[in-house]
Design a binder for this molecule. Structure first.
Ligand SMILES: [Zn+2]
Length: 163
């Protein structure tokens, strides 16, 4: 089998610019979705762990990966979706959390905390940092996020739920 001669680092660099389709300011590496690149005599295997299984974005990411690698002459490529261990918000880098905040989405407080909404944790407004916020809807634009409103700046914002 003919395999292109790219290093693991080169493949990582190509893939690291691919944005999360739902949060375009953050890339799939910063989100912790891109787990590994395996190179064998069968080619390149990209190990990807979906963030939220309910998110429709994974098909898009898989396509983006294949297109980006093809455009850079990397072949042959398989994308392997790994669900175990499951992705958690712990895998999000600090850079990703800061970018979310600038983008106007409150980053997750901590991981494995489905109870974070019910435990009366204060979700701070990503715009004015006010703690005076109110939950409008448990589900925002996607199931990954909840919709909040800030009582100080009066702006609604999304909170990326812990997972
Ligand atoms: Zn505010």
């Amino acid at each position: 089998m003919v395999i292109s001669s790219h290093t693991k680092e080169e493949v990582f660099n190509i893939l690291s610019v691919i944005p999360d389709p739902e949060i375009p300011v953050v890339n799939i590496f910063e989100m912790g979705m891109l787990r590994d690149v395996l190179i064998s005599d069968k080619g390149y295997e990209i190990i990807l762990t979906p963030t939220y299984s309910g998110c429709p974005a994974m098909g898009v990411i898989e396509q983006d990966i294949k297109m980006a690698l093809a455009a850079n002459g990397v072949f042959p490529v398989t994308v392997n979706l790994v669900y175990d261990p499951a992705w958690t918000t712990d895998w999000m880098s600090e850079v990703a959390k800061q970018k979310l905040k600038i983008y106007g989405i409150a980053p997750p407080l901590h991981s494995s905390c489905n109870q974070d909404i019910f435990a009366n944790n204060i979700i701070k407004c990503p715009r004015c940092q006010s703690g005076d916020t109110v939950l409008l809807s448990r589900f925002g634009s996607t199931a990954c996020k909840s919709l909040y409103k800030c009582n100080d700046c009066k702006e609604p914002f999304e909170y990326f739920k812990c997972h």
